[in-house]
Design a protein around this ligand. Sequence first.
Ligand SMILES: Cc1cc2nc3c(=O)[nH]c(=O)nc-3n(C[C@H](O)[C@H](O)[C@H](O)COP(=O)(O)OP(=O)(O)OC[C@H]3O[C@@H](n4cnc5c(N)ncnc54)[C@H](O)[C@@H]3O)c2cc1C
Length: 317
Amino acid sequence: MKTPLIVGQGLAGTCLAWEFLRRGVDFHITDLGKGGSTRVAAGLINPITGKNFEPSWRIADFYPQAIAFYRSLEEEFCENLWHPLPVLRLASSEKEWAKISMKLNLPEVRSWMGNAQEAPTGFLGGVELVGGGWLDTRKFLELSADRFRELGLWAETGSPHIRCEGAAGLISGSMGEHRCAKGEILTVRADWPETHIRIGAGGWLVPIGGGCFRIGSTYDWDNLDETPTTAGLDRITALAVKLGGEAFEIIAHVAGIRPILRRSQPLVGKDESEDWFFNGLGSKGTLYAPGMSAMLADWILDDTRPAPEFVFPDALS
Ligand SMILES: Cc1cc2nc3c(=O)[nH]c(=O)nc-3n(C[C@H](O)[C@H](O)[C@H](O)COP(=O)(O)OP(=O)(O)OC[C@H]3O[C@@H](n4cnc5c(N)ncnc54)[C@H](O)[C@@H]3O)c2cc1C
C-alpha cells in the first residue's frame, strides 16, 4: 500500500493513527488545526444512557476496548487521560423514576449498578452506575499531535485519503443525509461534591478536578456553527443550578458540532473515488473511536470487511 493520508485529527483520526503506528504502517496525518468537536467534548462515557435508561449500543464490545486503549496511551505518555468516576443518574419526575426503577433488574443494566445513593434536593430518585468516567480529549489530541510531529508523520501528502473529518465532512454532504447537532458546554468553578458525575434533568455535570466542573449540553440541529450563544448560556446555567447549586463562577463557554449520521451510529466505508472514511461518532466518540479504528485498520490493511452494521452505506439501508 502507498502512504495513506489521514485527513482530520479528532478522536477518529487520532485513534486510527495510533492503530497504524502500532501495526508499523507508514502513514501521514493532517488537520485544519482549528474547530472540531473533540476539542470541546466532555469526553464522558456513561454506560446506561438517555431518557430510556438503556445500555449504550454494543457497549459490551466497545467499552473494554476503549478503556484498554486509553490506558495504554497513558503508559505511553506517562500522563493521565482517562478519569474513572461513578455516575449518579438522577430522576426529576415520578414518571422518569418509574422508568429507571423498572429497568434496574435487567441483567444488562444490573451489571453496571453501584451502591444505593440518596438523591440530592430537587430530584425524586437516584442510582449509582459504575464504569463511567471522562477522557481528557484535548490533552489526548495535543499529546498525540506532538508525537506524530516528532515522528515526522505530520504532512499533507499521501494516498488514499482516509477522511476523519467529523461534522465538517458530514455537512459537506459526502455521506448524504446527516443529523449533526451543535452543542454548548460551560466550565465552572464551584464548591460542589466531586465524587460523582451527575446526570439528570436533560444534562450532565462532570467534576474535572481542582474544584472545576463541566456542564452540558444543548442540542441544536439548525445553527451548525461553533459559536457559543446566549440561549445556550441560559440553558446550561439553569442545568448547573439544578445539578450543582446556585453558587458558581463561569470560567469557559464553548460550542462544537457532533458528527451524527442517521441512527446515531459510527460508520466506516469507502467512497466512489476509493477514499476511505470514518465518521458518525455522534455524542459518544470516546466510547466508539478506539474499537471502530481497529475495525477500519483491519479492513484497510487485511481486507477484513466489518459486519454490515458498521459499514456505510450498508448499515443505513
Ligand atoms: C458540546 C459537545 C459535547 C460532547 N461531549 C461528549 C462526551 O461527553 N462524550 C463523548 O464521547 N462525546 C462527546 N461529544 C462528541 C464527540 O466530540 C465526538 O463524538 C467526537 O469528538 C468526534 O470526533 P471526530 O474525530 O469524528 O470529529 P472531530 O473531533 O470534529 O474531528 C474532525 C477533525 O477533522 C478536521 N478536518 C475537517 N475537515 C478537514 C480537512 N478538509 N482537512 C484537514 N482537516 C480537516 C477538523 O479540523 C477536526 O479537527 C461532544 C460533542 C459536543 C459538540
